[in-house]
Design a protein. Structure first.
Lengths: 361, 268
């Protein structure tokens, strides 16, 4: 099965215009900032929002083609839509919520209940089958919502931030389950997320959108290695170094340059993992002011501008001379604690940099 | 410090006096009514043939009017809340007009439309022999005219508050528009619907002006409780008080039934 969609919709001054293809059994993750049009895209595919122009074709079935006046309504599309706030029907218990789809697809009451129990079991929420959504936790609700969508055996699964309400261990479990289901059933899936971990774990292809337009499309590692813009790099959680090669130097501006070899002169970008930025608190009394202390090297001193704990590690924001994020152990060498405004030494391994030409704008 | 806080809490004297006057104005007539109830004869007053007829007729007509209001008003409320069409503001104005229209004017309007000489009433009578004036059907029509707006307004408000994405999810699960309406929309607005039904029924039960103008005042056929009260007041005041007391109890019961919705909402 292949989905080919040319989506063109206008909503209150917002114009979405992008092309999307999803192959048989492929998981496409759509990433982008809030208001980029990710949810709008899902709604057009589900059929709850008609296109203004363009075309949506699933295999050889035209789902939406305003030019020819064709529109297959949502209830006759082999798609299931899961919104991030799960939207379980509050007047039905979990089992009846999941049985809703099979019932509408013509299954008998008993068959629908059996299918629903099975899905609740597989998503590890069988114990809440007879509870109403009001008494479920966020994680339980989200899994019941996924079960409800999967119970209709959709050919195209449309997920809007499906992991938002889950904690880390639940996420891992649900990701594995979704991955497994998609692979085994050949279901195609469009997954809207802004969590790069979801995208990396589930998706075959990343589609990055901003302001209703396609910014980049590619495999997760390819996109992470060659982000098409600074915000793509930010979204994927990698540093993007932007500079210019002069002879044997990759000049990052503000007097900071990194030695390189085998590069012709010109604009270059390079990505740098957060964990590849090494930060050390300088010994007391030796800390210099912000700025490069060694213009010929890959070590300089600067100040920490933000500290964001992430469990046993910390994300440090480093501003000058280049904006970098460093992922470091929560407790640094010699037991020092990271604080804003702290003077630190930063070093990067220049030999590992993979320089590439920035995309033509 | 504490005296300052105390002074801030004390309401301005003007508001206090006006507020007490307002509650007195609302409560004293009810106290007066209850005080005049002749408890020893209450049973027999309420079971006299005229009272029984009025009671039966009021129940039958108000239930019919409520049923009609649901069957016709619920779809109209849905159309107003979920669809866009030309002239929607006019439709909405017509919908709520009976809320502010003097009921007597409503009765006159019904007479001119559905009376024996009315634009619709004449062909209905000439071709089918259907007559609303001086008939129980006329009472139902008058009560529906006056009460249905309560149902439409309440249900439409409930529909506006409901997240339409529930309906989108239902359709993506394979529910057609009718199934979505029946299985998702209606259950999800059930509290609005119940409140609307209670208000509609209470309004229909108390209907007087439009009924007496349009359907007339015939015992056993068009004489509902409010009409019986009005008539009894001129001859047998004790019966009028007894019937009034009955209507007061019913109104109070409706209020109690709705307390979770309104008194509760105010408390929050």
């Amino acid at each position: 099965m292949t989905l080919v969609a040319d989506v063109d919709v206008r909503l209150d001054g917002f114009h979405e215009d992008l092309h999307l293809e999803v192959a048989d059994g492929e998981v496409v993750a759509v990433l982008g900032p809030n208001g980029a049009g990710k949810t709008t895209l899902l709604r057009t595919l589900a059929g709850v929002l008609p296109l203004d122009a363009g075309r949506i074709v699933l295999d050889d079935l035209v789902l939406d083609d305003p030019a020819r006046g064709l529109l297959v309504p949502a209830d006759r599309r082999p798609c299931a839509l899961v919104y991030q706030d799960h939207l379980l029907f509050p007047h039905l218990d979990a089992l009846a919520n999941v049985a809703f789809g099979p019932r509408r697809h013509g299954r008998s009451k008993a068959e629908a209940a059996a299918i629903a129990s099975d899905w609740l079991e597989r998503l590890d929420v069988a114990d809440v089958a007879h509870q109403r959504p009001g008494s479920l936790s966020g994680g339980q609700s989200q899994r019941v919502a996924l079960a409800r969508a999967l119970a209709t055996a959709p050919r195209l699964l449309l997920l809007d931030e499906p992991m938002a309400a889950l904690d880390v261990t639940q996420r891992t479990a649900v990701r594995a389950l979704l991955r497994d289901h998609v692979v085994r059933s050949g279901t195609s899936c469009v997954l809207v997320t802004h969590d790069p971990l979801d995208a990396a774990a589930l998706a075959d292809t990343l589609v990055l959108v901003d302001a209703g337009r396609l910014v980049q499309r590619g495999g997760p590692s390819e996109v992470a290695r060659r982000p098409a813009s600074p915000w793509v790099a930010r979204l994927l959680g990698v540093n993007l170094l932007q500079g210019r090669v002069h002879g044997r130097w990759f000049d990052l501006g503000a007097g900071l340059a990194v030695p390189v070899s085998g590069q012709s002169d010109g604009e270059r970008w390079a990505t740098l993992a957060h964990r590849s930025v090494v930060v050390t608190p300088p010994a007391v009394g030796t800390g210099g002011g912000p700025g490069p202390t060694d213009g010929s090297g890959v070590r300089w001193s600067t100040r920490v501008v933000s500290v964001q704990p992430t469990g046993d590690r910390v994300l440090l924001g480093l501003e000058y001379p280049v904006g970098l994020t460093a992922d470091v152990p929560a407790v640094g060498l010699s037991g020092a604690r990271w604080t804003e405004g702290m003077s630190v030494q930063v070093s990067i391994d220049a030999s590992g940099l993979d320089l590439f030409e920035p995309p033509a704008v | 410090m504490s005296s300052t806080a105390h002074r801030v809490r004390r309401p301005p004297i003007v508001l206090l006096v006006a507020g007490v006057a307002a509650i007195a104005l609302l409560a004293l007539p009810l106290v007066g009514l209850v005080a005049r109830v002749s408890w020893s004869t209450l049973g027999s007053d309420l079971t006299s043939p005229a009272a029984r007829d009025a009671l039966r007729l009021s129940l039958v007509c108000s239930l019919w009017a409520t049923g009609l209001s649901v069957v016709l008003g619920l779809p109209l409320a849905w159309l107003l809340a979920r669809t866009e069409f030309r002239g929607k503001s006019v439709v909405r104005a017509v919908t709520v007009l009976p809320l502010v229209l003097p009921p007597v004017v409503g009765g006159v309007a019904l007479l001119l439309a559905f009376g024996r000489d009315g634009i619709l009433g004449r062909p209905l009578f000439d071709w089918f022999g259907i007559q609303f004036t001086f008939a129980t059907a006329g009472v139902v029509l008058a009560e529906t005219f006056v009460a249905m707006p309560f149902l439409i307004v309440t249900v439409e408000a409930g529909l506006q508050v409901m997240d339409v994405r529930f309906e989108e999810v239902a359709s993506s699960l394979g529910a057609g528009r009718w199934a979505t309406f029946r299985l998702v929309t209606v259950p999800m607005i059930s509290s609005s619907l119940i409140a609307g039904i209670a208000l509609t029924w209470a309004r229909a039960l108390g209907e007087f002006g439009a009924t007496i103008t349009f359907a007339g005042d015939i015992q056993g056929r068009t004489q509902t409780l409010p009409l019986a009260v009005y008539l009894a007041l001129e001859g047998n005041e004790r019966v009028a008080v007894a019937l009034s007391f009955l209507l007061l109890v019913v109104s109070f019961a409706v209020l109690v039934a709705l307390r979770g919705r309104w008194l509760g909402a105010v408390r929050r």
